[in-house]
Design a protein around this ligand. Structure first.
Ligand code: GDP
Ligand code: IMO
Ligand code: MG
Length: 425
């Protein structure tokens, strides 16, 4: 289950919705740059590190080895769940191989963005990039290290190295306030169920349990396939579930791709169908498009089919899930980008470089609808123009749209066909 655009497609809502069909939900990449929102019974909750299956009884939630964990954020998340009487003791498991975000990673993130000036990525500044850099640079600290006697010495050595770097970047290495909460977070982490998650997951598979892998960010933010360098630092695509959980590609079942009925992006980087006008503002307002993690206004634009088709191809999407259809109510006409004008040619695919070169969208115009969708429970009550919009997307992508979301609440979800159960088995 993963996002096909630039993140914030509504992954949290859908994971929560389909979790009752699974025994296990597992996050495989990213970290607290993610903000996954769930709404049910009048509760609105945002998760950053903990999988979105945590509110369902009898579901095991695993934070896999591919995730980077900030113990400070994790502790806050757990405290917020405790306030809602969610007992995590038997249903939350953390991989020992997941890497840690330490306070200096956050400082390095800020220093790096400050140095980039106008060319900044627009990072969430949660220390994600620097933490993954230490992972691939083979300097990182892992969750399992907190159980070792020399953890403090290893932390200090990495921290000192970072402070040297920060000095060179003219950025203060101020840790007085950050370290106490970090060490509190480490103590809280030690009290959790730390596991060899690859063994656990493979055991579950051999027992025939169904596992839902929960992606974070979106395919167009993928480190390899996104609009580099305006991306995040992990593989957000299906393949990331294998490396981020320790599961063989043979076990990948169906792949659920989540997309908004339009597009949003938060942070910098190319966005071909972006609307910097009143229509864009209308989408932002109607969709309440403000970041779940940082509160930043999200950039908005029309649906981009070449980008969606690219994400479907890379992920091997078997079922599409369309979110926020309700937000498009009230537009007389809807524009959908089918092609780009790129280097003087009309193309229908995502080209290599849209960072330094323009991909100008070519649109087709579709009829809008005025009906309020938020109370609709069945497909037969859809306005004809919405059914046409869905059919148009299916025709252009060749993939069925299996679920339609018409509001933020768990119950505002319509299954068009019985989902073929996206489990890894
Ligand atoms: P995620 O990061 O993919 O989990 O998505 P976010 O939680 O960051 O952002 C999605 C936002 O849209 C959240 O505020 C959700 O409550 C909200 N949302 C999800 N689905 C729908 C929908 O169908 N309609 C509307 N209006 N809001 C939705
Ligand atoms: P969820 O899981 C939307 C964006 C940031 C920035 C770029 C790099 O809620 O969909 P990073 O902090 O990773 O260094 O930021 O990626 N970004 C997201 N945008 N949703 C997210 O997560 C995001 N996580 C990172 O805005 O442009
Ligand atoms: Mg989000």
């Amino acid at each position: 289950m993963l996002g096909l655009q630039w993140g914030d497609e509504g992954k949290g809502k859908i994971v929560d919705f389909i979790t009752p069909h699974y025994e296990v939900v597992a996050r495989f990449q990213g970290g607290p740059n993610a903000g996954h929102t769930l709404e049910f019974n009048g509760i609105k909750h945002v998760l950053h590190t903990i999988p979105s299956g945590i509110f369902r009884d009898n579901t095991i939630n695993i934070v896999g080895n591919g995730v980077v964990i900030d113990p400070v954020t994790l502790k806050k998340e757990i405290e917020a769940l405790k306030k809602l009487n969610v007992d995590i003791s038997k249903k939350l498991f953390i991989s020992r191989k997941a890497h840690l975000i330490i306070p200096t990673h956050r400082l390095l993130d800020a220093a790096s963005e400050a140095m980039k000036g106008k060319g900044k990525i627009g990072s969430t500044l949660r220390g994600i990039g620097p933490s993954y850099m230490d992972k691939t640079g083979r300097n990182g600290l892992r969750v399992g290290d907190v159980e070792s006697k020399d953890f403090l010495a290893r932390y200090k050595s990495l921290c000192d190295k970072h402070c040297e770097l920060l000095k060179q970047m003219n950025y203060p290495c101020k840790l007085d306030e950050l370290e106490p909460e970090f060490f509190d977070g480490i103590e809280a982490l030690k009290a959790l169920n730390l596991v060899d998650s690859e063994h656990l997951l493979n055991r579950y598979l051999s027992e025939g349990k169904k596992i839902l892998a929960e992606g974070a960010q979106g395919s167009l933010l993928d480190i390899d396939f996104g609009s580099y360098p305006f991306v995040t630092s992990s593989n957000t695509v299906t393949a990331g579930a294998c490396t981020g959980l320790g599961i063989s590609p043979r076990h990948i079942g169906n792949v659920y791709g989540i997309f908004k009925a339009y597009c949003t992006r938060v942070g910098s980087g190319p966005f071909p169908t972006e609307l910097n006008d009143a229509t864009g503002e209308q989408l932002r307002k109607a969709g309440n498009e403000f970041g779940s993690t940082t509160g930043r206004p999200r950039r908005t634009g029309w649906l981009d089919l070449p980008a969606l088709k690219y994400a479907i191809m890379i992920n091997g999407v078997t079922d599409l899930i369309m979110m926020k259809g309700d937000v498009l109510s009230g537009f007389d006409t809807l524009m959908v980008c089918t092609h780009y004008m790129y280097r003087g040619k009309k193309i229908d695919y995502m080209p290599y470089d849209i960072v330094h070169e323009d991909a100008t969208p070519v649109y087709e115009q579709l009829k809008g609808w005025n009906t309020d969708l938020t109370g609709i429970q069945q497909e037969k009550d859809f306005p004809a123009a919405l059914s046409d919009y869905i059919a148009y997307i299916e025709e252009h992508t060749g993939v069925p749209v299996s679920v339609i979301s018409v509001g933020p609440d768990r119950v505002q979800t319509i299954e068009r066909k019985k989902m073929s159960m996206a489990y890894l088995s």
